[in-house]
Design a binder for this molecule. Structure first.
Ligand code: IMP
Length: 205
């Protein structure tokens, strides 16, 4: 009897897990997450790029669990702030995951810089890893500008301040389906799903 095929998504976020379950339905893989591995140590994401962080996490967890692991790292990069908050997006104002403080700090840093100079993009790097194989990395970006004050109720993080190109509303003012269709994460996942079927780590059981 062949062993069941499992893919481990390196996240505690149930929304992300559900998204991957949907994507992997057709591949005959069972999707697990870090919620299924409560004893795994936290991986310190101290890389200087999104890809480095996603790779650190995916490869370390693949080594510990012997599973095929997918990990992502994302954040907001503002042109006039030399790419900040970047890999520090979740803790820009010092306290991990405090969205209100992070947004307030971003607005303060930008001050009264005019609209044309408030260019920014979200970036997402995604890495698939399996012990003994070269990892597969993909990325996605969405470009836009930073609003002058928070707008909207939906989403999380910097959504209240990010106006994607081609729109005059923020991510937080859009229905989730609209944001999810154009987001950095959607693009990175799409690219991963295209490349995964021919990646050695996916084929080599
Ligand atoms: P993570 O890598 O998905 O955990 O994201 C790190 C941080 O980047 C989050 O805590 C947010 O501050 C920011 N971020 C990433 N993606 C988004 C997004 O889609 N909208 C708003 N903020 C985001």
């Amino acid at each position: 009897m062949s062993e069941e095929k499992v893919i481990l998504i390196a996240t505690h976020n149930k929304g992300k897990v559900a998204e991957f379950e949907q994507l992997f339905k057709g591949f005959g893989y069972r999707v697990e997450s870090l919620i299924d591995y409560p004893d795994l140590p936290d991986v310190i994401e101290n890389g200087s790029t999104f890809e480095e962080n996603a790779r650190l996490k995916a490869e370390e967890i693949a080594k510990l669990t012997k599973r095929l692991v997918i990990s992502d790292d994302s954040g907001l990069c503002v042109d006039s702030l030399a790419g900040q908050p970047g890999v520090l997006s979740a803790r820009y104002a010092g306290e991990h995951g405090n969205d209100a403080l992070n947004n307030a700090k971003l607005l303060a840093e930008l001050g009264d810089i005019p609209n044309l100079s408030r260019r920014a993009h979200f970036h997402c790097s995604m890495v698939a890893a399996r012990e003994g194989y070269e990892s597969l990395a993909t990325q996605g970006q969405v470009f836009g500008q930073i609003a002058s004050c928070p707008r909207g109720e939906a989403g999380f993080g910097y959504d209240v301040l990010f106006i994607p190109d081609g729109y005059d509303i923020t991510f937080a003012e859009m229905p989730a389906e609209d944001k999810n269709a154009l987001s950095h994460r959607a693009k990175a996942i799409m690219s991963l799903m295209e490349k995964l079927p021919t990646w050695e780590g996916f084929l080599g059981e």
